[in-house]
Design a protein around this ligand. Structure first.
Ligand SMILES: [Mg+2]
Length: 249
């Protein structure tokens, strides 16, 4: 049996009338020191492929990663997905990517030359978003933050998203709740009971979205408060639970 979490009961098994939305890092995959070092456990791709079929295609990945990265991780699958918290979407093979503003190129170049002054600081080009990391260089925090704040002037419709030793310049209106609701408006998700599984604060919007549409959230871990109704202990418990669902869905 998958281990439940301390505060919430373990979820029921997957059934064939669900629309299943899965966060990736910290939910399907264990965290690694660097996002590029995550390991996809043997067998997980097969489990997702079979579940995707049992749910008539209503299984989607909803992640902060880019679609291209998700495809790389879960190759050869091209699952329905929302990447970059919903800025990138794909369902039924059709992809919609948020347009990258021209001004972002100049901001990226300026960010790189600033980061170059702080060994260990890093600029990550996420296509429509830009992440400034200072985990390797605490002294870079203030200058990178100041830079990001001033860069907003050149990027209308963007906001700052602070994170763990990182600040991201990101287009407005991207959150996982919105991404799930959008996917729910059409086939194969429409009319099914939406269930979202996630571990992070950014997943709370999605828990609320599925809760308001007859479904529920499943929290990975024990973070409280949470809008999730059920919980699983860790990604290994999520993988066990999905595998168990195969026989029932
Ligand atoms: Mg996560």
């Amino acid at each position: 049996m998958p281990l439940p979490s301390a505060h919430l009961p373990a979820p029921p098994a997957v059934t064939s009338d669900w629309a299943l939305f899965l966060d990736v890092d910290g939910t399907l995959l264990d965290f690694a020191d660097a996002p590029g070092d995550v390991v996809v456990q043997p067998g997980l791709v097969d489990v997702l492929a079979v579940l995707h079929g049992r749910l008539d295609g209503a299984l989607a990945l909803v992640s902060g990663r880019r679609l291209a990265q998700l495809d790389e991780l879960f190759a050869p699958l091209h699952l329905p997905a929302a990447g970059l918290h919903g800025l990138e979407r794909r369902d039924d093979g059709h992809e919609s990517l948020h347009a990258r503003p021209v001004a972002l190129d100049a901001v990226l170049a300026a960010a790189r030359s600033l980061a170059a002054k702080f060994p260990g600081a890093r600029v990550e080009d996420k296509g429509v978003a830009l992440a400034l990391h200072w985990r390797g260089s605490p002294a870079a925090e203030e200058p990178l933050h100041e830079f990001a704040t001033s860069a907003l002037i050149d990027l209308p419709g963007y906001h700052l998203q602070p994170g763990n030793h990182v600040v991201e310049l990101r287009p407005d209106g991207a959150h996982k709740g919105e991404a799930v609701l959008e996917l729910m408006t059409h086939a194969p998700f429409h009319g099914r009971r939406p269930v979202f599984v996630g571990d992070d604060l950014t997943d709370e919007a999605a828990f609320k979205a599925v809760g308001s549409h007859g479904g529920f959230g499943i929290l990975v871990g024990a973070r409280q408060p949470s809008a999730a109704r059920y919980a699983l202990h860790d990604p290994a418990a999520v993988r066990d639970w999905l595998e168990e669902g195969l026989s029932l869905a």
